[in-house]
Design a protein around this ligand. Structure first.
Ligand code: C2E
Ligand code: CA
Ligand code: CA
Length: 421
């Protein structure tokens, strides 16, 4: 069979194999060569791989990384790549148990590194081919994003501070839809930093900086002001959507926060009931004190409160029940691929059950696959959010999306299992 003619193969032009075992490396290299990959780099350790990335002008299309390596192991390598903003697609290869490989896959995904597959070693051709095939989807997804994300730009507190003052921080909106009908119920406001020439910096890179440098208050108010003005504009056009805004835990010991948010809501003639404040789970367990007072007062005024990234912290039902939350958002790492993975399904189902017992609205984020959408429908999740429905977009694109969305509602609708004949 002439494999080089396949369109799947031509997609991967170059890759890097990281494995400390010479035998395994040779096996992987010859397999990839047989699949038509032209340029194959090799590294014997995580450190060697990082050194290569620092040196190469043209980065390889993807990385095949072994987990167990002396010195820097595969997991550390993935974390280091993330820290350096090297968002290269990955294939995780290991001889270890599937559950371990899957948890590393989940880790990489949660860091934003596209994972093409978690494969058992020694690698075999069909598995590798399938993973290569996914590269097309990843590339397509990156292309279809309307903006170019630049991981290289150096950012510092002074630049960020100026950016906030100069209005370079804008807001994109991602729809949150009813999982029974597909109808849009609200949007989540996500900060974007528009630099020159269409370069957009992701919040992962500047929110933490803002928190460290005491700029998170200005940043949050800038996002909130835009988001609330947008909600008011949509209201005026008859499109009443709930507006979710991310609230940093660093703001929760600020007693004036409640009044500041209320002032903005009043200025735009909105009611607090239309606003949901998302707070990450990890930030609310452990230290509460003053935060609990602020959260309770926000709830008292009528704001919705959402537990964000649920599952990434270690909160117990008792801890969560103490905070007046109205919504629980299951983290993307338990949603993505759940229809194919029993361990994720167990966590997903128990999180949704717990939320229902606490009378919370259930939200699943990071839905990319129709299989996961169907599974969540079966589990009775109320609201869904993810690339399957829409990527975050500027408000100007929203009407066009909404129109197009009407035509897919039929396919998204919940169809309960027909009783057998
Ligand atoms: P988050 O609150 O968990 O927001 C969801 C993130 O997941 C967004 O990334 C969104 O673009 C991404 N996402 C949505 N659907 C999918 C999907 O189907 N697949 C994948 N792979 N990703 C999906 P984004 O916009 O880069 O934001 C990253 C994080 O930055 C947010 O995570 C949030 O914690 C933080 N953030 C964003 N805006 C603000 C803000 O105004 N204030 C604060 N404090 N944090 C913010
Ligand atoms: Ca959020
Ligand atoms: Ca989240």
């Amino acid at each position: 069979m002439d494999m080089t003619a396949s369109p799947v193969i031509s997609r991967v032009a170059s890759l890097l194999v990281v494995d400390d075992s010479a035998v395994q490396r040779e096996h992987t290299v010859s397999l990839c060569r047989a699949l038509g990959v032209q340029l194959i780099y090799e590294a014997r350790s995580g450190q060697e791989a990082l050194d290569l990335f620092a040196m190469l002008v043209l980065r390889p299309d993807l990385l095949i990384v072994d987990l167990e390596m002396p010195g820097m192991d595969g997991i550390e390598l993935i974390q280091k790549l993330h820290q350096r903003g090297i968002m290269v697609p990955l294939i995780v290869a290991s001889g270890r148990e599937t559950a371990l490989i899957q948890s590393v896959e989940a880790l990489a995904s949660s860091l934003g590194l596209p994972v093409l597959g978690g494969l058992q070693k020694p690698l075999c051709m069909p598995d590798v081919l399938r993973a290569f095939d996914r590269l097309g989807h990843v590339a397509e997804a990156a292309r279809s994003g309307s903006v170019h994300f630049d991981p290289e730009t150096v950012i510092d507190a002074e630049r960020l501070s100026r950016a906030i003052a100069d209005g370079e921080i804008t807001v994109h909106y991602q729809p949150k839809v009813d999982m029974r009908t597909g109808i849009v119920r609200g949007v989540e406001a996500l900060a974007r930093w528009h630099q020159a020439e269409g370069i957009v910096v992701r919040p992962d890179r500047f929110v933490a900086l803002a928190e460290r440098e005491g700029l998170i208050h200005e940043l949050t108010l800038a996002v909130m002001a835009q988001a609330l003005a947008q909600a008011a504009e949509w209201n005026a056009r008859g499109l009443r959507l709930s507006m979710a805004i991310n609230l940093s835990p660093h703001l929760l010991d600020r007693p004036s926060l409640v009044e500041e948010i209320l002032a903005l809501v009043t200025r735009h003639d909105l009611s607090p009931e239309q606003i949901v404040l998302e707070i990450t789970e990890t930030s609310v367990v452990g230290y509460l004190g003053a935060a609990l007072g602020v959260l309770a007062r926000l709830r008292l005024k009528g704001f919705g409160l959402s537990i964000d990234d649920y599952g990434t912290g270690f909160s117990s039902m008792q801890q969560l029940a103490r905070i007046p939350f109205t919504e629980l958002k299951v983290d993307r790492s338990f949603v993505h691929g759940a229809h194919q993975r029993s361990n994720l399904r167990v966590i997903l189902r128990s999180a949704l059950d717990m939320a229902r017992q606490l009378n919370l609205v259930t939200v699943a984020e990071g839905i990319e696959l129709i299989g996961d959408w169907r599974l969540l429908q079966e589990f009775g999740c109320s609201i869904g959010q993810g690339y399957l429905i829409a990527r975050p977009m500027p408000a100007s694109q929203f009407p066009v999306w909404l129109k197009r969305h009407q035509s897919v509602l039929h396919d998204l609708r919940f169809v309960a299992d027909e009783p057998g004949p």
